[in-house]
Design a protein around this ligand. Structure first.
Ligand SMILES: Cc1cc2nc3c(=O)[nH]c(=O)nc-3n(C[C@H](O)[C@H](O)[C@H](O)COP(=O)(O)OP(=O)(O)OC[C@H]3O[C@@H](n4cnc5c(N)ncnc54)[C@H](O)[C@@H]3O)c2cc1C
Length: 270
């Protein structure tokens, strides 16, 4: 059985600039990293591999420079990495992105069954959290989102039990395989690559699949296959700060005033 980890390369900053004309990210001059949630997705895939010996394939749809991020996945222990890269994949929204990733996973599954797909909860640039569920829906895999713990995995019985981190509570759910998990940061602590693994990965070649490999209808991918577009991106305006209490107030008094203020605005529930 094969595990697929979906990895997106994202800009290494929260201070990205927006092009005011096109409303897209200005990507020039920005260093790129593996989407932080995806480092946890890959780590969990590697832990399952360590326990059960399944193979781990990391896939990414992105420009040619996303190879660097996939090489990091190799250095961490992925067995195989595939970059889905073609000019016709560019400009994709989440629907078109899900279409390409789904078709790649189908192709991988024809070689060796993909029993588990692991994605990050969301990216730090697009932030939609739609791609994982989009893939699960297309493949008819059960989707378990916001996973913060894999409690039990039984490959013989083909079942997995996980904890989901919901607002103010946890939910324990069990599902048969095949399954797609989206994961949160609390799931695990990602490992560091060893120097020999890093050196081996630096020399490795990344498999690149274009649309001649996937053969997707061009009206379902890239800009042509994207029914959504960004009409405006803006940072919300912050209200002016407000001083609470007097300089002579004790810390307890100030804390009480602050709590009263938050309660009066319905920002705190006790
Ligand atoms: C009209 C439009 C045009 C766009 N044009 C571009 C563009 O030209 N270039 C561009 O980079 N972005 C573009 N985007 C943004 C792009 O659609 C999203 O970044 C992408 O679809 C993924 O959505 P997300 O980042 O919100 O991922 P989320 O749904 O938040 O991601 C969840 C998880 O899915 C997986 N995942 C998501 N994306 C990928 C990926 N590409 N490869 C592997 N795994 C992935 C990861 O595991 C990730 O943690 C465009 C968006 C729109 C609406």
């Amino acid at each position: 059985m094969q595990i697929v980890a979906c990895i997106k390369q994202v800009p290494d900053t929260t201070q990205v600039q927006i092009d005011p004309v096109t409303n897209t990210l200005i990507r020039e001059g920005i260093p790129f990293i593996m989407n932080p949630y995806d480092t946890h997705a890959l780590e969990e895939a590697l832990r399952i591999k360590d326990r059960f010996g399944c193979s781990v394939t990391a896939i990414s749809m992105g420009p040619p420079n996303a190879e660097a991020t996939l090489k990091k996945a190799l250095a961490l222990g992925a067995d195989r990495v595939v970059l889905l890269s073609d000019r016709c994949f560019g400009g994709a929204d989440t629907l078109a992105t899900s279409n390409v990733l789904t078709e790649a996973i189908r192709a991988l599954s024809r070689e060796d069954e993909v029993g588990i797909i692991i994605c990050g909860k969301q990216t730090i640039d697009g932030d939609t959290a739609q791609v994982g569920p989009g893939i699960a829906t297309r493949l008819h895999y059960t989707q378990l989102t916001l996973v913060d713990r894999v409690i039990d995995l039984d490959l013989g019985q083909r079942r997995v039990r996980v904890s989901r981190k919901l607002e103010g509570r946890h939910e324990i759910v069990e599902s048969p395989l095949p399954v797609l998990l989206t994961v949160v940061r609390e799931l695990n602590r990602p490992r560091y690559p060893t120097v020999p693994m890093r050196l081996a990965a630096a020399d490795a070649t990344v498999e690149v699949w274009n649309n001649q490999v996937l053969k997707l209808d061009e009206t379902t991918i890239g800009l042509k296959g994207s029914p959504t577009w960004v009409s405006k991106i803006f940072s919300p305006q912050r209200d002016k700060g407000e001083f609470i209490g007097e300089a002579s107030s004790t810390s307890d008094e100030t804390a009480q005033l602050l709590i009263d203020k938050l309660l009066s605005k319905d920002l705190l529930s006790i």
